[in-house]
Design a protein around this ligand. Structure first.
Ligand code: CDP
Ligand code: MG
Length: 701
């Protein structure tokens, strides 16, 4: 069972002094022996006792008191101290949800909304969807009559403001995980400040895991007298009760953090020390890759007689919910859980029993370049705040250990905190929504951290080109208003809203629904070839959109059979979800009276309709063999997962998104004709008379 130790050189700063090789001088995790540790000592207690043991419980009355005297209360407390699950219940118990009122709690991530709602319902002995519910895009598990505690994504809250501008049904809104500073949390922060001016009775709680409370307080405090007794916003800090976490840095940089993370997990596993492991990686592909490698190694190890089994559980946003929920399941003492996760596990979800954290030091973030108007997902080093959050996940039930797959020197060089998403995102979707909420001058909107002016201008240009805004920057009637109401990005919304006119709304619904699901095509590592052969049967030279349409239609034709999916290496659950999403989109189209039409097999109609929404994401083949964006000549490549990757490269394409690794890759790519671009987006590519891009006339030939 002796394992190679060469790949495992960490040192712990502090007491032992630098340069201590964990593999040599220091004990390996687990070599300490000692009595076995029982995890989650609270698990055996009654729910009531468990609740009382949480640090936030000490502050219950104080929180309620502060909410009486302040309009806004900022609550800072470490992840896991009980903010998300307990505070809503205190509010309910104190009567804040009486007379039909609702306590709303926003979450930046869908999975957090579901899992926290599930936990609160469980604590209250209630069925999810009644007293306690959640609402996320395409999935409403709440009841307008009976739900008193409602979890919702921050994006959904902004949507709710469109039908209920003053959010009248809510007595208290808690903006949870505010430290994450997602686009929609920031927008909600600004909008709620406006609402509060009109609704003095609306209480706001801003919950954060980091100490940025002063910034929030400054923003919300309406007291201009200088007399602190007249403050309208107060801060409350919940002291954590977390255990110490030993931090270990790698002695030298790892050339390959993916491999290093596998080695590190196996090293921990081979030690005797008990406790579950949480690994942080950047994206789904890495997570699945590492999970597979770990499973293989664990299998080999169990053949050598290793008594503790490794249960490897991936965790990322695109994973089906039922799979995601597996990370919360309890396991017998002979099993060690390894959760291989993206940043989703940093603060959004808390899994009990984690003793070891392995941190790769990177995160995949959205980035926007206002110069080129390119939005992409890019892997960047994490911030120090993130690194510390990640480490903290190890100290929830007892003292833990965090292995950082980078040197202490690199840690010192990391930025202190992550740039708010507002400052690195394409703003078109939020500007559209702000306009729909009656905020005409978006440049003057009260942003907690204002976005770059150029991002604003780019967004306005795009919305104008899509026909959502008129020359005065007002929402157009009906297109602009409908686009704002649509639960998809403006480009998708435009594509669907126009699909009736193109004569292909049936097909566009299927395509749009499929595009919302990640990983329709499954590629098991040991059956790559077989999967490729099956998948090729669906692929068409027109590109990914029509390929996905083929798959969807074949799935329906084959009675949505799971066996059929299995044989073709297709994601059955994903396809089922596409069916549900499609139904909801169809309802939206019916509401807007978009006629039901089908192209009856004519691909061009569909492709043209895609162009009507995605013309801004157009690229042409460059003589070097790469692609260039039409507007800015920015170099792009076709993503290896695209069906066009293996085809003879088409001359003109449009795409849905860009992933940035060593290069910029287009994902979800479709072949188009250049004449369509001029025809369907003349003001964008030819006229060039509006706004500032007269001189940027792209050379469409
Ligand atoms: O929001 P905050 O990070 O402060 O903590 P929380 O999410 O309210 O979690 C409080 C406690 O409930 C933690 O000990 C979690 O482990 C537990 N919890 C759980 O068992 N299952 C969940 N789905 C969520 C939380
Ligand atoms: Mg929380």
């Amino acid at each position: 069972m002796a394992a190679p130790v060469s790949a495992f050189k960490f040192w712990k700063p502090g007491a032992e002094g630098p340069g201590v090789h964990l593999s040599e001088e220091r004990e390996l995790p687990g070599e300490t022996g000692g009595p076995p540790v029982i995890f989650n000592p609270n698990a055996a207690l009654s729910i009531e006792k468990q609740r009382q043991k949480l640090p936030v419980f000490q502050h219950r009355n104080h929180i309620l008191y502060m909410l009486e005297i302040y309009q806004t209360v900022v609550i800072v407390g470490e992840t896991g101290c009980g903010k998300s699950t307990q505070i809503p219940q205190y509010l309910l118990e104190a009567g804040w949800a009486a007379e039909g009122k609702v306590v709303g709690i926003t979450q930046p991530r869908r999975v957090a909304a579901i899992s926290v709602a599930g936990r609160v319902a469980e604590e209250r002995g209630a069925m999810l969807g009644h007293e306690v519910g959640y609402t996320i895009r395409f999935d409403d598990c709440s009841d307008p009559q009976t739900t008193r505690i409602k979890f919702l994504t921050d994006g959904m809250l902004v949507r709710e403001m469109m039908s209920d501008p003053l959010l009248k049904k809510y007595s208290v809104l808690m903006l949870d995980e505010a430290h994450e500073r997602t686009l929609y949390t920031d927008i909600s922060i600004g909008l709620l400040k406006k609402i509060q001016k009109k609704r003095g009775d609306l209480r706001l709680i801003v919950a954060s895991a980091t100490l940025d409370a002063e910034k929030f307080k400054e923003f919300y405090n309406q007291n201009e007298s200088g007399d602190p007794s007249k403050d309208t916003c107060g801060i409350l800090t919940v002291e954590g009760r977390t255990h110490p976490v030993d931090i270990f840095y790698s002695m030298s940089p790892f050339p390959d953090y993916v491999k290093a993370s596998v080695d590190t997990v196996m090293k921990i596993h081979e030690s005797d020390e008990r406790g579950d492991i949480l690994v942080f990686l950047t994206g789904q592909e890495e997570v699945e890759g590492v999970a597979t490698m770990l499973r293989e190694q664990a299998r080999a190890l169990s053949r050598t007689g290793m008594k503790t089994h490794l249960r490897v559980l991936p965790m990322y946003a695109g994973l089906p919910y039922s799979e995601q929920m597996k990370v919360f399941e309890r396991v017998p003492p002979t099993v060690r859980k390894v959760i291989v996760a993206t940043n989703i596990a940093e603060t959004s979800i808390t899994v009990n029993g984690i003793v070891f954290v392995v941190d790769c030091g990177f995160v995949k973030l959205r980035a926007y370049n206002p110069k080129t108007a390119i939005e992409s997902l890019v892997v960047v080093p994490i911030s120090q705040a993130s690194a510390n959050q990640r480490a903290g996940r190890a100290g929830r039930n007892r003292s833990g250990k965090c292995f950082r797959l980078y040197t202490e020197e690199s840690f010192e060089k990391l930025p202190l905190s992550t740039v708010p998403e507002m400052q690195r995102a394409n703003l078109a979707p939020v500007i559209l929504q702000l306009k729909a909420l009656g905020i005409d001058n978006v440049l003057r909107f009260s942003f907690l951290s204002p976005p770059p002016a150029q991002s604003m201008v780019q967004a306005l240009e795009l919305l104008y080109a899509l026909g959502g805004l008129d020359e005065q920057g007002q929402l157009t009637e009906p297109l602009g208003f409908r686009m704002a109401e649509f639960p998809l990005s403006p480009m998708f919304a435009k594509m669907l809203l126009e699909s009736g006119n193109f004569g292909c709304s049936e097909e566009m619904l299927s395509i749009a629904a499929m595009m919302q699901i990640q990983n329709i095509l499954l590629i098991p590592p040991n059956q790559k070839k077989a999967a490729a052969i099956e998948h090729r049967k669906f692929s068409v030279k027109e590109g990914d959109h029509l390929t996905m349409l083929n798959i969807y239609e074949a799935f329906i034709k084959n009675n949505k059979s799971s066996q059929w999916c299995k044989e073709r290496f297709l994601n059955y659950k994903g396809l089922q979800r596409a069916v549900t999403v499609r139904e909801q989109l169809q309802r939206m189209l019916a509401k807007f009276k978009v006629p039901k039409t089908s192209s009856e097999g004519d691909p061009d109609v569909i492709l043209r309709c895609i162009v009507s929404g995605f013309f801004a994401n157009a690229a042409r083949l460059h003589y070097t063999g790469t692609y260039r964006t039409l507007r800015d000549d920015h170099e792009l490549h076709i993503h290896p997962t695209s069906v066009l990757y293996v085809e003879r490269p088409p001359k003109w394409v449009v795409f849905n998104e860009i992933i940035q690794t060593s290069q910029y890759f287009m994902r979800d790519v479709t072949v188009v004709e250049s004449s369509w671009l001029v025809e369907l987006a003349p003001h964008y590519y030819q006229e060039g008379t509006h706004l500032s891009f007269a001189n940027k006339k792209a050379k469409v030939t």
